[in-house]
Design a protein around this ligand. Structure first.
Ligand code: GLC
Length: 459
């Protein structure tokens, strides 16, 4: 009798739990495109965020994949844990620099592929609080961002090169050449245990630190000796994420691409998209992630740093195709942004200070506006203003092709100074000129702005 009752109680409990999980997934599915756009609107308005890759790999300072590239064992990698003590870590400074650069959100690696956790997880000792540093890096980071009004994001690596139950695969430092070697090495490893670890850690991150606006999972690689949604139990993971943080933005690396609500935005990495990415003919939200130089983690000897102009073009071009830019900093082992990163950020901030109106709240311009020569255009649908970014400064006369009747007023964005609009007429009209073109009379000398912006107030 007693036993029967217990079994019934347990069944009811399990069914309720099951139903609850089902509801969360159903809720996600039920979201209309309008609701989704609303949930994401802070992010599509923001356009510009900071990525931060920080972990034990900042000590070797030769790429965040160093453990993999050099095929290091846990024992060989241990010295970086034993010496991790970023005495200059001051996230208030990080937040200030992000904000001054014009960034609106920050995404920090709570755990990268090496498996080291910057947060005080109950489920491992492989974390910052157990190093000589001894503090919860994530806690201080979250507080500092909030104080500056920046949105908080976490990157969490699905991949884990330290956890004992994470099976060796083709991306692992101990990767093998033969199937039999994989079988031998993976004997006794239990991915189910790793899955539990993973979900427990993500729960901690999304429970213990208040409102989290972005979760950036990295990454799935389906196929032979790879890992996919089954390895992570991505559906269960995503359900939990939505339940814990209903407003959160989730990237697309859980291997749930085929589900409409299995992701919020796509993540082209280290390349420029040719045009606004689409799925089934529909333009989708996207964010490109890019580095200042060739590595995400701090890389002392890497010299291929992009110029301020290249970085600004990355930002402007992303917005001109309806996307966001997540620009990465790899802090040093002492917790600082190195001087090259600081300089790049402050140069971008200098431009953003006067020109951010062409970035925030902006998107791709309507098709009826043809981009003038050597320019990138963005458009603010709320204010109905068009922004022309001059990549190569023209010689005085600047043609707006087919813009006749469309423009009420034109000015430089950085100083609000008028730019005279003239119709092409009389002896100025050349044979191949279009009478529907407008002409802008620009000053001969380029204003002292890296990329000058013309703001058109439209009819
Ligand atoms: C890649 C790399 C990783 C980096 C990420 C950023 O997936 O594995 O090191 O964190 O790109 O997008």
């Amino acid at each position: 009798m007693r036993n029967n009752l217990t079994i019934r109680l347990i069944t009811v409990l399990l069914l309720t739990l099951f139903a609850l999980q089902g509801t969360a997934w159903a809720q996600v599915k039920a979201e209309t495109p309008e609701q989704k756009a609303k949930r994401m609107s802070w992010w599509t308005d923001a356009r510009f965020g900071m990525f931060i890759h920080w972990g034990l790999y900042s000590l070797p300072a030769r790429h965040e994949w160093v453990k993999n590239y050099e095929r290091l064992t846990n024992e060989q990698y241990q010295k970086y844990f034993d010496n991790f003590n970023p005495d200059l870590y001051n996230p208030k400074e990080w937040a200030r620099m992000a904000k001054e650069a014009g960034m609106k959100y920050v995404v920090l690696t709570a755990k990268h592929h090496e498996g080291f956790c910057l947060f005080d997880s109950k489920f491992t000792d492989y974390k910052a609080t157990k190093t000589p540093f001894g503090k919860d890096i994530i806690r201080e980071y979250v507080d500092a961002l909030r104080a500056e009004g920046l949105k908080v994001g976490f990157y969490y690596s699905l991949i884990d090169w330290h956890h004992p139950d994470y099976t060796i695969d083709s991306n692992h430092p101990q990767r093998q050449n033969s199937d039999s070697a994989y079988i031998r090495l993976n004997k006794g490893k239990d991915m189910a245990k790793y899955r539990e670890y993973l979900i427990n850690q993500v729960r901690e991150l999304l429970t213990n630190y208040g409102e989290i606006s972005v979760i950036w999972f990295d990454f799935s690689f389906p196929g032979k000796n790879g890992k996919d949604k089954k390895d992570w139990d991505s559906e269960k993971l995503l359900k939990m994420v939505r339940q814990l943080q209903p407003g959160i933005m989730v990237n697309d690396r859980l291997d749930l691409k085929e589900y409409e609500n299995g992701w919020d935005f796509t993540t082209p990495e280290q390349f420029k998209v040719a045009k606004w990415p689409e799925v089934n003919g529909k333009q989708i939200p996207w964010e490109t992630c890019q580095t200042f130089s060739g590595s995400w983690g701090y890389y002392r000897d890497e010299k291929t740093w992009k110029s301020t102009e290249q970085l600004l073009v990355l930002l402007i071009e992303s917005v001109s195709k309806g996307g966001n830019l997540l620009l990465n900093v790899g802090p040093t082992a002492r917790g600082m942004f190195d001087d090259r990163a600081q300089l790049a950020l402050s140069n971008m901030g200098q431009w953003m200070k006067f020109n951010s109106r062409s970035i925030y709240g902006c998107t791709q311009a309507p098709a009826k506006f043809k981009a003038p020569e050597n320019s990138l255009m963005t458009y603010n649908p709320t204010t109905n203003r068009l922004y022309i970014h001059l990549l190569e400064y023209p010689l005085q006369n600047f043609t707006l092709p087919g813009y006749k009747g469309m423009v009420k007023y034109a000015q430089f964005l950085h100083d609000g100074s008028e730019i005279k609009i003239t119709a092409k007429s009389g002896h100025w009209l050349k044979e191949d000129d279009n009478p529907n073109d407008l002409n802008l009379s620009l000053p001969v000398s380029k204003p002292n702005v890296e990329i000058p912006v013309i703001e058109l107030i439209l009819n």
